[in-house]
Design a protein. Structure first.
Length: 272
């Protein structure tokens, strides 16, 4: 926001008809081929904005192969550490250069199409979803602001989120996660066409890495102090719990809201 409280968007005002699929990937060579190949049935204008975060596997080579095959993919690389969802995100100021929100805003600002799809590196589009995008979406609609809530199947569970929209402005911090900010006149709609993803209890290798602020050249004692404080007050954080939206973390989030004023006195702010 500016000094008067107006939201300053990171996404472009002037955009082209079509869909931008924004993918953030960290060593996703196992899942990325399916995430990309499932989009090959699209017959509409689209682009894939692939932001590789410190990938040491074959993710880049996989994308380059698809580019050679004709897929409209733009590869970008992000070499800074990132605070992960959960206590790390809560301990990190939203406007910090290594915050989850900064990463998301930089990634989504690269998109050029009217419609933006928050597409994960482990997503797979069902044929029904491809049909919806090909034949039911008004690709040139940038005046009537709308967001679509889409079911994502995570093994035995289903997550509902506004993945597709033509009205995203930016991302702010909201406790454990990034929180989208929409145009004020946005309308919402639910569709039944599904996304398929990995089981909800999947824990990827990067969750075994220590938080960036604890050690190394980028360590930040102040953020580390807040993160340790959260683990003491609310109990040891469940690894990747916020990513999986597990019920235990939902309970902790409620406790955090109850103690928001107390956390504020310790420099821990729920929003940005």
């Amino acid at each position: 926001m500016d000094s008067k409280g107006f939201v300053i968007p990171v996404t472009k005002w002037t955009r082209e008809p079509g869909i931008s699929f924004v993918i953030r990937a960290r060593n996703e060579e196992e899942h990325l081929p399916k995430a990309l190949d499932s989009l090959k049935g699209l017959v509409i204008p689209y682009e894939v904005i692939l932001v590789l975060h410190r990938c040491t596997d074959k993710s880049k080579e996989i994308a380059e192969q698809r580019i050679a095959e004709g897929m409209p993919i733009q590869i970008h690389e992000w070499d800074h550490p990132i605070s992960r969802a959960g206590f790390e995100n809560l301990a990190t100021p939203g406007k910090h250069p290594y915050s989850l929100q900064t990463f998301y805003n930089k990634a989504f600002a690269l998109s050029n199409k009217i419609w933006i799809f928050k597409w994960d590196a482990d997503f797979e589009a069902t044929p029904e979803l491809i049909q919806f995008m090909n034949y039911k979406l008004d690709l040139e609609n940038q005046n009537n602001h709308i967001r679509y809530r889409i079911p994502c199947v995570l093994g035995t569970r289903v997550n509902f989120e506004y993945y597709l929209s033509n009205c995203l402005l930016l991302y702010n911090k909201n406790t454990f996660w990034e929180s989208p900010v929409w145009h004020a006149d946005t309308k919402s709609d639910d569709i039944s066409e599904q996304i398929i993803s990995v089981p909800v209890d999947t824990i990827k290798s990067y969750w075994d890495e220590p938080p960036w602020f604890l050690e190394g050249p980028d360590q930040d004692p102040e953020i580390a102090k807040k993160w340790k404080f959260l683990n003491i007050i609310f109990g040891q954080e469940i690894k990747a719990g916020a990513r999986a939206s597990c019920r235990d973390m939902t309970h902790i989030e409620y406790e955090i809201y109850v103690q928001e004023n107390y956390l504020d006195t310790h420099g821990i702010h729920l929003t940005s």
